[in-house]
Design a protein around this ligand. Structure first.
Ligand code: SF4
Ligand code: SF4
Ligand code: SF4
Ligand code: FES
Length: 949
């Protein structure tokens, strides 16, 4: 069932710009050509009864409840399938129509008794509403005939039930799975009275192909498909529009509550990033917000071997401020720093970097984007002038050839993947560049034209080979380049890529990709009317991450694929606010809006606004902070909403650095892996308790609205404000909107942004200023932000992380649909029904060589450490490559990843670790130590000194 406050227009809007005018029940109505009569009527407040229609799905015309009369035409056409046209005279009400509708409804009711009082959907059910509208309270046909009332319900999915006895076989669920989600998991089996909804081959939903996006549940007009949370808590009575706190798609939701408790999250049909769709995480995995593991009282302790002591907010803040000032007095001003989080709002992030620069007095601030998309920021800034993706998601609907590089959208960015699949079903061609056989390579009705299954770590060689084909086969768009790009850099680049050593044939031995596939893919992309590139962490998390981002930009510029709809270079940001945390000045060398701290004009604008002198030298990056901690010169850190002890590479190096510090302050929801090394714990608030904004991968700034009060009493931004004040640097904000006003005053790309404007427009894509008062959906239109686009030479330099006889396999890491990042949130939801551990994917050939069978425990050893995981023997990975995820701390995936990093930005090389894999039968030494340490920290959390200490 759609959201509480949604008025369903029955059919989707028409994109036509041509208008038609008609008469409906005496009212003159003007609508775009292609609009259904049902939607046209709805636009003037006339709701025609319906059951099989809903405005996210194409009209189907099966229920016959929406019949109307049209003057001069015979019969009673269905208003959902009949289009509005100039001069039509339509009647939606008449005695004949009423009788026809009653007949139809009585047939439905004969197989679906109106026992609404006891139904969990009572008061929010379309069948109930429509029965009332057409005046049916009972059926003349009785309930004694053949019916489906004894059908067995399916409760296998953790989040929703399917009760076939309540199904009216309207097909809305089947069409939602096809049209909206693109999984095609549902069918209507059999015919006539025997028709029934079937998941896959008549399987329980949980074991079928269903990915639990919930689109079918929302589409269902009855209680046949219902959220279990609605059954448990009842129909909601209030809705607040907010933004998902999981991935960088940034879906808009209506958070529906009853008695202050969340009943369900319904994707917002007006949401400009998601248009009413969602995935299993955003729609269902909100239970962590009220999980008993939440810590809601501030705590302090002297050392990490001491029990935690609960204190008041004032005590915690004063203690933290005293400790930070003591450390600075002892070890110097630069001995402390802070880490902002891509999980927090723009306003929270802006305040943390301000705290570091203005109150700590240094530039030692960094963000978790360091370990994911920092090469995107640098690479795109250098080539085209702005550190952000170029398009809105809807742009993909105009792409003819789509290149997906080092990204797995169906798992990492599911709602965008659904839109992408829709475009592919319309006929666009797909090129996948990935060492793994990701799901997009072959899904129902879609097959990639090319899958370039390269060896991990050879991206740059492959993209330079693609460019070689473009240049040597005359596929470059010379007129575009000469108008928009630096001629000198282009000439040098052309000569560089044209060198025979960069040909697909010459690089085949390096990349492992057959030359003819490289040539074919290059021709396909370069000759497309609109070619669009979407990429993920498989591009950035390499020693040549920045070089690869530049290679992508080079390729797009040379083929004229930037600066309009349907094209572009689009980083798919991992976490909800990666874009925002970078925009807000979280990097040690940049203020908000990517302006260098050494720029005197920029710096003085902040000095004037903040009333303190600011450092002109960049501060420490996260890896530098950790090194300095081990050197003894960095002693204190404030970490808001981030967990480097699990997410950063070489875990043992990270935890040793934390253990060497004197004051580690963690602000979070749970006792995270980093918090186990903390001296101060400040309870954080979940997205349901926040007020502010997130910025998604499209540069779209959306409101996050408070659905419930912060469980710990203070919002995260209020904690930062109190800490600044306790440190003697005054901050006075009454509401996050005032923080955004300050961001707008200080940041040229945000000057037109305000909470009021976002509320009015729904969302805003920056830049938003005098030149673009309502934001910028497409960047680089007419000219690049940097003026002329600049080509960079992309010499392939193999990573130092080489395979050897001792470490013959390459480990690459990623994520899966049902878990998110370090898993702190999703592990505390029913999503664990799908995954409760990280596993190691290994090709059957490599497994056989080592005597490994599916499900065996295997040791994974690298130069950094050893872990033990369960083997998943699969052809998803190519021979020589193994793959795992990092969602479960006890797996310790990052124990084996190394400190190698991108040459320009220090982004870790998560995607290439040389390892050996062998059968084992017990956990690794690190895992044993981890278990003992965790048990001990959990005892200390209870305020108890462990007996054995
Ligand atoms: S939950 Fe999503 S994937 Fe599963 S059957 Fe419904 S629409 Fe299809
Ligand atoms: S389960 Fe719901 S949406 Fe699907 S056919 Fe039955 S009534 Fe319609
Ligand atoms: S696609 Fe991303 S933003 Fe959208 S609901 Fe899923 S996790 Fe949330
Ligand atoms: S709503 Fe038009 S036929 Fe069902």
């Amino acid at each position: 069932m759609y959201a509480l406050d949604h008025v369903d227009a029955g059919t989707p809007s028409s994109p036509s710009t041509r208008l038609v005018t008609l008469d409906i029940d005496g009212v003159t109505v003007t609508v775009p050509e292609g609009t259904s009569l049902m939607r046209a009527a709805s636009s003037v407040g006339l709701q025609i009864p319906k059951l099989c229609a809903t405005d996210t799905l194409k009209a189907f015309g099966s229920c016959r409840l929406c019949l109307v009369e049209i003057e001069g035409r015979r019969g009673y056409p269905a208003s959902c399938t009949t289009q509005a046209a100039d001069g039509l005279k339509v009647r939606t009400q008449s005695p004949k129509l009423a009788a026809l509708r009653r007949n139809v409804m009585e047939l439905y009711v004969s197989d679906h008794p109106l026992e609404c009082v006891t139904c969990s959907a009572n008061g929010h059910c379309e069948l109930q509403d429509m029965a009332e509208v057409v005046g049916v309270t009972d059926t003349r046909y009785g309930l004694t005939g053949a019916n489906h009332l004894a059908a067995t319900p399916d409760a296998s999915n953790p989040y929703f039930t399917f009760d076939p006895s309540m199904c009216i076989v309207c097909s809305r669920c089947v069409r939602a799975c096809d049209e909206v989600q693109g999984t095609l998991a549902l069918t209507i089996q059999s015919r006539g009275f025997a028709s029934t909804v079937s998941a896959s081959q008549h399987e329980p939903f949980m074991t079928s192909e269903c990915v639990s996006c919930g689109a079918c549940v929302e589409a269902c007009p009855t209680v046949a498909l219902t959220e279990k949370s609605v059954i448990e808590r009842g129909v909601a009575d209030r809705a607040v529009t907010t933004t998902c706190a999981y991935c960088g798609v940034g879906c808009s939701f209506k958070a529906e509550t009853r008695g202050g408790e969340i009943v369900r999250m319904v994707p917002n049909r007006d949401g400009q990033a998601n248009h009413g769709h969602a995935c299993v995480k955003g729609r269902f995995a909100f239970g962590y917000a009220t999980h008993p593991d939440r810590i809601t009282t501030p705590m302090i302790r002297r050392s990490i071997d001491d029990p935690w002591q609960e204190v008041t907010w004032d005590e915690a803040i004063d203690h933290t401020a005293r400790e930070f000032r003591r450390i600075q007095a002892t070890y110097g001003k630069d001995s402390i720093g802070g880490i902002t989080s891509s999980r927090c709002t723009n306003e929270e992030t802006f305040l943390v970097q301000k705290l570091v620069r203005a109150a700590f007095g240094n530039n030692n601030v960094d963000t978790c984007a360091r370990v994911c998309h920092s090469p995107t920021g640098y690479g795109l800034k250098q080539t085209i002038g702005e550190s952000a993706g170029t398009q809105r998601f809807d742009s993909v609907m105009k792409a003819d050839v789509i290149v997906v590089v080092g990204a797995n959208p169906t798992d990492g960015h599911p709602v965008f993947a659904s839109q992408l699949k829709r475009r592919l079903r319309e006929g666009a061609k797909l090129i996948v560049v990935d060492p793994r056989q990701i799901q997009l390579v072959r899904t129902p009705h879609i097959e990639a034209a090319y899958h370039l299954q390269l060896r991990p770590g050879t991206n740059v060689a492959l993209f330079t080979a693609l460019a070689h084909v473009v240049v040597t086969e005359g596929l470059a768009r010379e007129a575009y380049v000469s108008e928009r790009c630096e001629a000198d850099s282009y000439e040098k680049w052309k000569q560089f890529v044209a060198d025979p050593r960069h040909s697909p044939e010459a690089t085949e031995a390096v990349t492992g990709v057959p030359a003819d596939l490289v040539r074919g893919a290059a021709r396909l992309y370069a000759s497309a009317a609109n070619g669009a590139i979407y990429y993920g962490l498989g591009v950035t998390e390499h020693s040549q991450g920045t070089t690869m981002v530049m290679a992508i930009a080079n390729l797009a510029m040379s083929t004229g694929n930037l600066g309009r709809e349907g094209v572009g270079v689009n980083p798919l940001r991992g976490q909800n606010n990666v874009q925002g945390s970078c925009d807000m000045g979280s990097f040690p060398h940049e203020f908000s809006g990517y302006r260098h701290v050494s720029d005197p004009d920029v710096r003085s604008s902040f000095e004037r606004a903040w009333g303190v002198p600011l450092e002109a030298e960049p501060g420490l990056r996260i890896p530098n902070m950790l090194e300095a901690a081990l050197d003894g010169s960095f002693k204190g850190i404030y970490i808001q909403g981030e967990d480097p002890a699990q997410s950063d590479p070489d875990t043992q190096h990270v935890t040793a650095a934390f253990a060497a510090m004197e004051c580690v302050v963690v602000q979070d929801l749970f006792l995270t892996e980093s918090a186990k090394y903390a001296h101060v714990f400040l309870p954080g608030s979940s997205f349901l308790e926040k007020d502010g904004t997130f910025t998604n991968a499209e540069r779209r700034i959306s409101r996050v609205r408070r659905v419930m009060p912060p469980r710990a009493g203070l919002a995260d931004w209020e904690v930062t404000v109190r800490l600044a004040n306790a440190l003697g640097y005054p901050m006075h904000y009454r509401h996050p909107s005032e923080i955004m006003d300050e961001i707008a005053r200080l940041t040229p790309t945000f000057t037109g942004v305000s909470f009021d404007k976002i509320d009015r427009l729904g969302s805003i894509q920056w830049p938003c200023n005098d030149a673009a008062p309502e934001g910028t959906p497409t960047m680089h239109v007419g000219a690049f932000v940097r003026g002329k686009g600049k080509f960079f030479l992309t010499e392939y330099i193999p990573t130092n992380e080489r395979t050897t006889r001792k470490y013959p396999l390459i480990l690459t890491t990623g994520r899966i649909l049902t878990q998110y990042n370090v898993g702190a949130q999703t592990r505390r939801t029913r999503n664990t029904a799908w995954t409760s551990e990280d596993v190691l994917e290994i090709h059957p050939h490599d497994a056989e060589l080592r005597g490994i069978k599916d499900g065996d425990w295997v040791g994974v050893t690298s130069r950094s450490g050893e872990i033990v995981l369960r083997a998943d023997v699969t052809e998803r990975v190519r021979p020589g490559v193994v793959y795992t995820t990092f969602h479960f701390p006890e797996s310790g995936a990052n124990v084996v990843t190394t400190e190698n990093s991108d040459w320009a930005t220090n982004c870790p090389e998560y995607k290439v670790t040389a390892v050996e894999v062998m059968q084992v039968n017990e956990p690794s030494e690190w895992q044993k130590r981890f278990r003992a340490f965790t048990d001990r920290q959990l005892e200390l959390l209870k305020g108890e000194q462990p007996a054995h200490v």
